[in-house]
Design a protein around this ligand. Structure first.
Ligand SMILES: [Zn+2]
Length: 130
């Protein structure tokens, strides 16, 4: 799978055929459960028949919070929340845009922290209008 996420590898992120970032989760070959991040054992049936699978890039915001404190390298205030992807997988992420419950969101890559070695990039979900 192509990697268009830049010079820095981002754990759990790959790219789709259009070069857009995708989260690489896993699907269970025994019961069909899908998860992110990927793991070697299914949390539902304990099968080890897990295969890496690209997750849908869009979903809806399930819940969020605005964080005003934390490690120096984090942006403040920082929006974080749970996104329900179109396949039902729930993902925790930083958010971009003004968060609204049930808003449509799309996956992207952005600076998520300012480390001592420079900016750290990671996946984020951005509110879509409409
Ligand atoms: Zn399973």
């Amino acid at each position: 799978m192509a990697d268009s996420t830049g010079d820095q590898r981002i754990e759990g992120v790959g790219a789709d055929a259009q070069g857009q970032p995708v989260l690489l989760g896993a699907a269970c070959g025994a019961c069909g459960t899908r998860i992110f991040p990927a793991a070697g054992v299914c949390p539902h049936c304990m099968s080890e028949a897990m295969a890496i699978e690209a997750m849908p890039r869009r979903g809806r915001l399930y819940s969020f919070s605005i964080v005003h404190t934390g490690p120096r390298k984090w942006p403040r205030p920082m929006s974080v929340g749970y996104v329900d992807l179109e396949n039902g997988v729930r993902v925790f992420s930083q958010l971009r845009g003004r968060p609204r419950i049930d808003a449509a969101v799309e996956l992207g890559i952005d600076t998520v922290a300012q480390g001592t070695d420079g900016p750290e990039r990671g996946f984020v979900f951005t509110m879509l209008e409409g």
